[in-house]
Design a protein. Structure first.
Length: 238
């Protein structure tokens, strides 16, 4: 099978990837090989690579539709799950059988980002902290920039999450975990080695290796969870 990854190439750390990666301009440039991972930009036109069942395709959650459930050669990945800082935080939080604490997550995205980024983040966080018992959502006018969405999630058992999602003119992620045994803090701005901070995306990069490792098989359960979060966010209520 030829591995094909659809991704935002500006978010890929190609230097640190162990896999042999070939960034292509078009699906027509694909050549059958088991040794190289082909990367195409994450635009909907490039989903045509799924038509060849010899391609094993990895797509971001922002491109996922219910039609993909019938295609066995597709896998979906979530960008939050691939960031090294999140993987490290996840390892620490999962040291407890049932995490207890408060998770604070703030994310700023540009207006080009889709709301499906937030949906994907909610899926990833619920996979880590457990099924939500109660979710409350408040939103400002989403047609006015900056647009804010504030989500409070009660996971039960002494675990809560406070999520702030802002559509603005830049990218930034802040993460805090106040647990029984550990306290974790991360701010992508503070990790930026270049000034001014809007000139580098280094803390918000991930590798092709990570995508291949964390990607999920698309099934009905995954789609139902994403649809539930979509309805909650679009409704802006409980």
């Amino acid at each position: 099978m030829t591995k094909v990854v659809l991704a935002n190439t500006e978010r890929l750390d190609l230097v640190s990837s162990l896999a042999q990666v070939n960034v292509l301009d078009s699906p027509s440039d694909l050549s059958a090989t088991d040794e190289t991972v082909s990367v195409l930009s994450d635009v909907s036109d490039h989903l045509s690579v799924l038509n060849d069942d010899k391609n094993e395709v990895y797509i971001p959650s922002t491109l996922l539709t219910e039609n993909h459930i019938t295609q066995e050669n597709v896998h979906v990945y979530f960008d939050l799950e691939n960031f090294p800082f999140y993987q490290r935080a996840k390892d620490i939080i999962e040291q407890e059988d049932k995490p207890k604490g408060v998770f604070r997550y703030r994310r700023m995205v540009t207006k080009d980002e889709k709301s499906s980024t937030l949906i994907g983040d909610l899926y990833v966080l619920s996979s880590l902290l457990g099924d939500a018992e109660d979710i409350k959502i408040k939103q400002t006018d989403q047609s006015t920039i900056p647009a804010h969405t504030i989500i409070t999630v009660n996971f039960g058992g002494g675990t809560m999450a406070h999520i702030e999602y802002t559509v603005s003119d830049r990218e930034r992620i802040e993460l805090e975990w106040s647990g029984v045994k550990n306290i974790i803090e991360f701010d992508s701005d503070e990790m930026s080695p270049i000034q001014p901070i809007d000139r580098t995306k280094l803390p918000l990069l991930y590798t092709v290796d990570s995508i291949l490792e964390t990607a999920h098989q698309v099934d009905q359960e995954l789609l139902e969870q994403l649809n539930n979060f979509t309805e909650l966010v679009n409704g802006g209520g409980n």
